[in-house]
Design a protein around this ligand. Structure first.
Ligand SMILES: Nc1ncnc2c1ncn2[C@@H]1O[C@H](COP(=O)(O)OP(=O)(O)OP(=O)(O)O)[C@@H](O)[C@H]1O
Length: 194
């Protein structure tokens, strides 16, 4: 993961004719983390999408080196499939079908592997989304509101997974309006009128 890197220079994001943020610089090397906070509509998700390559910056330069795993609102899991199979579909694309069981255990949901995705609660669905990121093996985690719907214990588990990922040389960029513990992380506050 040594050449893994995120670098933003003077990045701006304009949406719907409104400047959400501009002049944003960010440099994350292996082990690095950044926490993006700000009110509703400030541009947290937009920043994650820019780094994911799904949205073009209005100005500035974006450079991302390394495989990315994105956790967004839509988990992209087939509602009819059992949880384990739904995760194996995605992990299989990365040649990592064998990593699903451990990833489900990491989020404390190994027992839900045979249960159809559509039967999951909100928090369980989010945790399965986190398992999908863990199973991907991607060095760069882009997490958009990963704590939404999680109980206190699960937020602690999430913090531990992010810390372990960074300790192993990964990078985490996390947008959240809930407190998530990320030691030594750069804090980015995006403005906005809410
Ligand atoms: N496709 C789009 N076209 C125009 N404007 C958009 C589009 N998508 C989002 N926006 C606007 O961009 C702004 C920022 O949205 P974004 O989802 O990045 O905010 P956020 O900080 O993640 O908000 P929240 O905390 O509510 O999730 C909002 O005002 C939103 O209405």
């Amino acid at each position: 993961m040594s050449d893994t890197r995120i670098r933003l220079d003077g990045v701006a994001c304009m949406r719907g004719g409104r400047m959400l943020f501009e002049g944003l610089d960010l440099s994350l090397a292996p082990g690095g983390g950044a926490l993006v906070t700000g009110p509703n509509g400030a541009g947290k998700s937009s920043l994650i999408r820019i780094v994911a390559g799904l949205l073009k910056a209005s100005a500035g330069h974006v450079s991302v080196t390394g495989g990315k795993a994105l956790l967004a609102e839509a988990a992209g899991l087939d509602p009819e499939l059992p949880v384990g199979e739904a995760l194996r579909f995605w992990a299989g694309l990365d040649g990592r079908r064998g990593s699903v069981e451990a990833a489900l255990s990491a989020v404390g949901l190994a027992h839900l592997a045979p249960v159809p995705v559509r039967l999951l609660s909100t928090g369980q669905r989010k945790r399965v989304g986190i398992a999908r990121v863990v199973a991907s093996g991607a060095p760069i985690w882009l997490l958009d509101e990963p704590a939404n719907g999680l109980d206190h214990g699960a937020i602690g588990v999430l913090g531990g997974l992010i810390a372990a990922h960074r300790a192993a040389g990964g990078i985490a960029l996390v947008a959240t309006h809930l407190p998530i513990r990320m030691q030594g992380a750069r804090e980015i506050v995006v403005g906005g009128e809410g």
